[in-house]
Design a protein around this ligand. Sequence first.
Ligand code: SAM
Length: 192
Amino acid sequence: NFRCRSAFKLLEMDDKFRLLQPGFSVVDCGAAPGAWSQVAVQRVNSAGTDPALPRGTVVGIDLLNIPPLDGAHFLSSQDVTDPSMHAKLLELLPNRQAHVILSDMAPNASGFRDMDHEKLITMCLSLIDLAEKVLQPQGSLLCKYWDGILTRTLQEKLSGVFGGVRTLKPQASRKDSAERYFLATMYRKPMK
Ligand code: SAM
């Protein structure tokens, strides 16, 4: 009863890397229709389903409307790449900080592979600015990208501010698609 098949990709990656722990605060970028948020709510216990565990927080953001979900706050009709959205987001996070940023964002595909790749990489790069605002030191970022010439640029930028960066291709992701994920861990907040 997940809203979308993409849930299985996150479940698979989280089973392996234990990114989402009870009590954690999670920002889910490009959250509509809400399947990743469903997984996050379960894993961080943000609906309080297990009273013995700490209760986490899930905030989802999307350009589209995200149907309500118990345990999640949604910012619908919001652009993740627009810094004027950051203030609203911070208000919803305990201590104005997140442990994890997830992004399954994708632009509307034009069908021109290089162009779509570049658009998505630009969106991923904006997540580095978002991290500077909301991600706590030692926090993690998991982001989807489409592989291409700028993959290395993104990887280098992530390596500049995260202690570890690995490339993931979950089994649930079609073999013939360019879809990949970067898992960046051990965030180091840049000095101002
Ligand atoms: N992870 C979601 C789930 O499991 O239900 C599926 C996400 S879908 C593959 C990609 C989403 O990214 C779309 O809903 C799209 O509207 C959103 N998106 C694209 N650009 C965005 C932006 N700049 N800000 C916020 N959301 C964006």
